[in-house]
Design a binder for this molecule. Structure first.
Ligand code: AMP
Ligand code: MN
Ligand code: MN
Ligand code: MN
Length: 294
């Protein structure tokens, strides 16, 4: 058995055109193979629509890749937008379908309000523009950002966010996302594991981050994302420590959205020693793991 089969590289956080990723699910699966990923989770914002097309591509083309069904749910905690990744879900479970329908309503309502605000700032047509770019997928601020770039309002996504879409800016609307507990419950009901996504990206002090992790755990959360490809040097060690302290499993994911020089599927994804990899909890993946790895 090759090392890749025995020690598959896991990337458990990625996006497709079902939300704000630029690649189709099929193209993402092919890219994962070319990056030598063994197990890929597609985790679109409040959508599971990318999962089956990718699974079909893997089956039809005989790709050496295992797909995990996933989602990234937007939640609100203490006025912070916190993302909860669900892994290994039954994407057809009624509890998940109902949860996602509610999230879509919140997204649509927020999109309309964002557009109204931008219209008042003399930038018309943003709802139609963002909806066109979403192309039937879930509408996100990323689509507003791309439309504003098309309109020549900024040259980079980061700049559009900074000038228009970030908290406190013209196009910012406080979202009405669900609670962390509601997201975890929907993930659990549909058979998945709940992972606190990119804990280092919420701008929290260590005191507040510990509070968030404690809340997540009390709400039933299973794991925290310890490894990402863009991370401050000490962050991974610190997050691994928090995972061990709070008895949470650890996950890793690139949060890939589109081909770019600094974020790539599988890049720099490894877990520090002493944490429990979240994938040990997915029995369907067991045949891919060797005894040595266990
Ligand atoms: P939403 O869930 O609709 O609020 O959109 C959030 C998404 O917007 C994130 O997942 C990122 O992909 C993107 N995003 C948020 N903030 C930034 C930023 N400062 N620069 C670039 N992309 C961002
Ligand atoms: Mn995104
Ligand atoms: Mn996120
Ligand atoms: Mn993400």
């Amino acid at each position: 058995m090759s090392d890749i089969a025995r020690f598959p590289l896991y990337d458990l956080h990625s996006h497709t055109r079902a939300s704000d990723g630029l690649l189709t699910p099929e193209a993402l699966a092919q890219r994962a193979v070319s990056m030598r990923i063994g197990v890929l989770a597609i985790t679109d914002h409040d959508s599971v629509a990318g999962v089956e097309p990718a699974q079909r591509a893997v089956a039809e083309q005989g790709l050496p890749l295992k797909m995990l069904a996933g989602v990234e749910a937007s939640t609100l905690w203490e006025n912070h937008e916190i993302h909860i990744v669900g892994l290994n879900l039954d994407i057809h479970h009624a509890a998940l379908t109902a949860f996602l329908a509610q999230q879509h309503q919140s997204r649509q309502a927020r999109a309309e309000q964002i557009a109204e605000r931008l219209e008042k700032a003399r930038i018309p047509g943003t709802l139609a523009g963002a909806t066109r770019l979403a192309d039937g997928g879930v509408i996100t601020r990323g689509h507003f950002a791309r439309f504003l770039m098309e309109q020549g309002k900024a040259n980079t996504v980061a700049q559009v966010f900074k000038n228009y879409l970030a908290r406190g800016k013209t196009g910012y609307v406080p979202p009405k996302w669900c609670t962390i507990k509601q997201a975890i419950d929907a993930i659990h009901h549909s058979g998945g594991c709940a992972v606190l996504a990119h804990p280092g990206r919420y701008g929290l002090s260590s005191k507040w981050l510990k509070r968030l992790i404690a809340h997540f755990r009390e709400a039933g959360g299973d794991a925290i994302e310890v490894a990402q490809c863009q991370q401050a040097p000490n962050e991974r060690t610190q997050l691994a420590q928090y995972a061990r302290d709070d008895d949470l499993a650890a996950s890793q994911g690139s949060d890939f959205h589109q081909p770019c020089p600094w974020i790539e599927l599988g890049r720099k994804l490894w877990l520090p020693a002493g944490v429990e990899p979240v994938w040990k909890r997915f029995p369907t993946l067991a045949p891919a793991c060797s005894e040595a790895e266990r």
